[in-house]
Ligand binder design. Structure first.
Ligand code: EPZ
Length: 422
């Protein structure tokens, strides 16, 4: 298992390209299974989760070609001859569960392993299953697998109101509904850019989805989704992560390129409360740190609210703020595995239920810390960049799942990170 050795205390200065979004690419990859021929997806980041999903898709007999250097993925479902997603792959990446909606939509049948939990607790799929039933699917469970069937091989369509609003369930229901016989309406649908991007790409290939970006999606089933090209969006969580990193490291002046402000929702307005230097154009975001970090409390919410995928990073920065703040996660009340590790580094932070109370003015000193999940891991790297001395971050494979060449990107703008392969 690889680990990072980080020498802290240097600012981030220079230009950093943002990669394509992991969480927007995965739905596009599943959607390609619905097409009459090959679909090419641009701006696909080179990440472990993408490789894992490639394997899941290839299990169905679908041809997957990944031109890494061009970050282009071509998925040709014309050879599809199996409609299953096995446990040993699905357990590695829960978004593999998107195969249920894709196979239901493409073939009227899916046998997909239930995804496991994750580092911070259960990740239910009840909304996905209730939604498929609402669209007319027959759902049964067998040995840890979901078996979903469309009567007469094609879903009729239907109406479903989800609570809470779920990104994954919205993606799965769109995948199942676009080639249904009739109309489907999904209420309290997720409005995340990942969902909007999926709908816009599917519409460009013949789907008939209206209302994306609003809480009500209306989908009129179509007989064909054409072969063609899909465009992935920049990774909004990577963007927010590096904006926070620059704000918390004194002397930083970091320009992020190939990105877009809109996908960050209200995060940018919250970020402005830090009173950093902030310059935003259509495709770039420049952050210049200041000599003090004011305490700014946040609460996560569905889009366009503060993303849960950025709460660990924000809490890490608030450990350095010159006053008390709180970070509350309403989406995942247990997503705080980074807290004990941050305390080991000297963070003045304490968890109470789904809130962390951050007293601030922490003096971070290097130590050995353990990664547990993707966003907690990157927060520990950020803490290491701010800490005095050397920090060892163990099990960085969590990072490789969601951040493309993280240490190369950070070292290119002044960080001192060494990857030790063990
Ligand atoms: C997506 O997960 C993202 N993953 C997560 O990012 C992200 O944290 C999450 O959305 C929230 O924004 C991908 O896009 C691959 P949800 P997802 O369904 O779809 C509850 C990362 O770090 N719920 O929107 O699984 C659930 O418990 C990952 O990149 C049900 O109750 O999230 C949670 O409280 C981590 N029943 C809330 O909805 C269900 O059937 C939101 O979860 C489904 C969800």
């Amino acid at each position: 298992m690889d680990k990072f050795l980080i020498q802290g205390g240097t600012p981030l200065i220079g230009t950093m390209p943002i990669s394509g979004s992991k969480n927007a690419a995965l739905p596009l990859m599943a959607a390609a299974l619905l097409a009459d021929g090959p679909v090419t997806i641009n701006n696909v980041p080179v990440l472990h989760d993408i490789f894992t999903f490639n394997k899941v898709i290839a299990e169905t007999g679908t041809q997957v070609t990944y031109a890494r250097e061009e970050q282009k993925l071509t998925i040709d479902p014309t050879g599809m001859n199996s409609y299953e997603a096995p446990y040993d792959l699905v357990r590695k990446m829960r978004a593999s569960f998107y195969m249920t909606g894709a196979l239901l939509g493409a073939a009227g049948y899916a046998k997909v392993s239930l995804p496991g939990g994750c580092a911070w607790g259960p990740r239910p799929v009840n909304l996905h299953l209730e939604g498929f039933r609402a669209l007319g699917a027959e759902i049964e469970m067998d040995g840890g697998y979901v078996i979903a069937k469309a009567p007469n091989g094609r879903l009729p369509g239907g109406t479903f109101t989800m609570s809470p609003s779920s990104v994954g369930a919205t993606v799965n229901l769109v995948l199942a509904a676009v080639r249904a016989k009739g109309r489907s309406v999904i209420r309290n649908a997720a409005m995340e850019p990942d969902v909007v991007n999926l709908c816009e790409n599917l519409n460009a290939l013949g789907a008939r989805i209206s209302g994306s970006g609003t809480p009500v999606l209306t989908i009129d089933g179509t007989d064909h989704i054409r072969a063609g090209a899909m465009q992935n969006t920049p990774d909004r969580i990577e963007t927010g992560t590096f904006m926070i990193a620059a704000a918390m490291l004194p002397g930083s002046d970091l320009t992020l390129t190939n990105t877009q402000e809109h996908d960050l929702g209200t995060f940018v307005n919250t970020f402005r409360k830090l009173q950093t230097g902030l310059e935003i154009t259509d495709t770039t975001i420049r952050v210049r740190s200041t000599d003090r970090i004011p305490p700014v409390s946040i609460e996560t919410a569905i889009y366009p609210g503060f993303p849960t995928d950025l709460q660990a990073q924000w809490a890490t920065m608030m450990a350095l703020a010159d006053g008390k703040s709180t970070v509350t996660d309403h989406i995942y009340p247990d997503r705080f595995s980074y807290v004990p590790e941050l305390v080991r580094l000297g963070g003045n932070i304490e968890r109470k239920d789904n809130t962390v109370i951050i007293r601030g003015r922490s003096v971070l000193k290097g130590a050995s810390v353990m990664s547990t999940d993707l966003r907690a891991s990157v927060s520990l790297v950020m803490a290491g960049l701010a800490a005095q001395g050397e920090t060892e971050v163990l099990r960085v494979y969590h990072l490789d799942r969601g951040y493309e060449t993280l240490e190369d990107k950070l070292n290119a703008v002044g960080a001192r990170i060494r990857r030790i392969s063990e």
